[in-house]
Design a protein. Structure first.
Length: 126
Protein backbone atom coordinates (compact mmCIF):
# COMPACT_ATOMS: atom_id res chain seq x y z
CA UNK A 1 0.00 0.00 0.00
CA UNK A 2 0.99 3.59 -0.53
CA UNK A 3 0.35 6.41 1.91
CA UNK A 4 -2.05 7.92 -0.65
CA UNK A 5 -4.29 4.90 -0.17
CA UNK A 6 -5.20 6.38 3.21
CA UNK A 7 -6.19 9.81 1.90
CA UNK A 8 -9.84 10.63 2.59
CA UNK A 9 -9.81 14.37 1.87
CA UNK A 10 -9.76 14.26 -1.96
CA UNK A 11 -12.73 11.90 -2.12
CA UNK A 12 -14.50 13.70 0.75
CA UNK A 13 -14.17 16.94 -1.24
CA UNK A 14 -15.46 15.31 -4.43
CA UNK A 15 -18.41 13.69 -2.67
CA UNK A 16 -20.44 10.57 -3.25
CA UNK A 17 -23.98 10.15 -4.50
CA UNK A 18 -26.68 9.62 -1.92
CA UNK A 19 -29.80 8.18 -3.59
CA UNK A 20 -33.00 9.76 -2.30
CA UNK A 21 -35.64 7.21 -1.44
CA UNK A 22 -39.39 7.50 -1.75
CA UNK A 23 -41.61 7.12 1.30
CA UNK A 24 -41.93 3.38 0.62
CA UNK A 25 -38.14 2.97 0.51
CA UNK A 26 -37.90 2.57 -3.25
CA UNK A 27 -35.50 4.57 -5.42
CA UNK A 28 -36.80 7.98 -6.53
CA UNK A 29 -34.20 8.54 -9.23
CA UNK A 30 -33.07 11.69 -7.41
CA UNK A 31 -29.77 12.02 -5.55
CA UNK A 32 -27.55 14.38 -3.62
CA UNK A 33 -23.80 14.67 -4.00
CA UNK A 34 -22.61 14.54 -0.39
CA UNK A 35 -19.17 15.53 0.82
CA UNK A 36 -17.53 13.74 3.71
CA UNK A 37 -16.79 15.22 7.10
CA UNK A 38 -13.10 15.31 6.12
CA UNK A 39 -13.91 17.76 3.31
CA UNK A 40 -12.53 21.27 3.35
CA UNK A 41 -16.05 22.75 3.17
CA UNK A 42 -17.25 20.82 6.21
CA UNK A 43 -14.13 21.51 8.25
CA UNK A 44 -14.50 25.24 7.53
CA UNK A 45 -18.19 25.15 8.46
CA UNK A 46 -17.45 23.16 11.60
CA UNK A 47 -14.88 25.74 12.71
CA UNK A 48 -17.34 28.58 12.06
CA UNK A 49 -20.03 26.65 13.95
CA UNK A 50 -17.79 26.24 16.99
CA UNK A 51 -17.10 29.96 16.94
CA UNK A 52 -20.81 30.79 16.65
CA UNK A 53 -21.78 28.51 19.53
CA UNK A 54 -19.03 29.92 21.75
CA UNK A 55 -20.36 33.44 21.11
CA UNK A 56 -23.95 32.69 22.13
CA UNK A 57 -24.98 34.96 25.00
CA UNK A 58 -24.83 33.38 28.46
CA UNK A 59 -28.24 34.77 29.37
CA UNK A 60 -29.93 33.20 26.36
CA UNK A 61 -32.90 31.02 27.27
CA UNK A 62 -32.80 27.26 26.72
CA UNK A 63 -35.30 27.36 23.86
CA UNK A 64 -33.47 30.15 22.04
CA UNK A 65 -30.12 28.44 22.60
CA UNK A 66 -31.50 25.17 21.28
CA UNK A 67 -32.85 26.86 18.14
CA UNK A 68 -29.55 28.68 17.57
CA UNK A 69 -27.63 25.41 17.88
CA UNK A 70 -30.07 23.73 15.49
CA UNK A 71 -29.26 26.44 12.92
CA UNK A 72 -25.53 25.88 13.42
CA UNK A 73 -25.98 22.14 12.87
CA UNK A 74 -28.06 22.85 9.77
CA UNK A 75 -25.24 25.05 8.42
CA UNK A 76 -22.85 22.13 8.78
CA UNK A 77 -25.24 19.78 6.98
CA UNK A 78 -25.74 22.30 4.17
CA UNK A 79 -21.96 22.48 3.71
CA UNK A 80 -21.93 18.75 3.02
CA UNK A 81 -24.15 19.00 -0.08
CA UNK A 82 -22.06 19.65 -3.20
CA UNK A 83 -24.73 19.04 -5.82
CA UNK A 84 -27.98 17.30 -6.68
CA UNK A 85 -30.09 15.91 -9.48
CA UNK A 86 -32.97 18.40 -9.17
CA UNK A 87 -33.52 20.91 -11.99
CA UNK A 88 -33.24 23.99 -9.78
CA UNK A 89 -29.74 25.17 -8.84
CA UNK A 90 -28.08 23.62 -5.81
CA UNK A 91 -27.50 26.71 -3.67
CA UNK A 92 -26.98 26.83 0.08
CA UNK A 93 -30.40 28.45 0.41
CA UNK A 94 -32.15 25.75 -1.62
CA UNK A 95 -30.33 22.98 0.26
CA UNK A 96 -31.29 24.61 3.58
CA UNK A 97 -34.94 24.70 2.50
CA UNK A 98 -34.83 21.03 1.47
CA UNK A 99 -33.25 19.90 4.74
CA UNK A 100 -35.59 21.96 6.91
CA UNK A 101 -38.59 20.39 5.19
CA UNK A 102 -37.21 16.87 4.75
CA UNK A 103 -35.43 16.04 8.01
CA UNK A 104 -35.09 12.40 6.97
CA UNK A 105 -32.70 13.58 4.25
CA UNK A 106 -30.71 15.62 6.77
CA UNK A 107 -30.32 12.49 8.90
CA UNK A 108 -29.19 10.45 5.87
CA UNK A 109 -26.61 13.12 4.96
CA UNK A 110 -25.29 13.15 8.52
CA UNK A 111 -24.93 9.37 8.55
CA UNK A 112 -23.25 8.91 5.17
CA UNK A 113 -20.93 11.92 5.52
CA UNK A 114 -19.58 10.64 8.83
CA UNK A 115 -18.93 7.13 7.46
CA UNK A 116 -15.28 7.42 6.43
CA UNK A 117 -15.39 3.97 4.84
CA UNK A 118 -17.48 5.53 2.05
CA UNK A 119 -14.66 7.98 1.31
CA UNK A 120 -11.66 5.79 2.12
CA UNK A 121 -9.06 5.08 -0.53
CA UNK A 122 -9.74 4.76 -4.22
CA UNK A 123 -10.11 7.65 -6.63
CA UNK A 124 -12.32 10.69 -6.06
CA UNK A 125 -15.78 10.58 -7.67
CA UNK A 126 -16.09 12.49 -10.93
Amino acid sequence: MKKEDFYTVPKANAGIKLPLLKEDGSESGQWLLVRGTDSDAFRKSSFESSQAVSKLPEDMGDWERSRAIDEVILNDLVSLVAGWSFKDPCTPESVRLLLKNAPQIAVAIDQIAADRSKFYGGKPAK
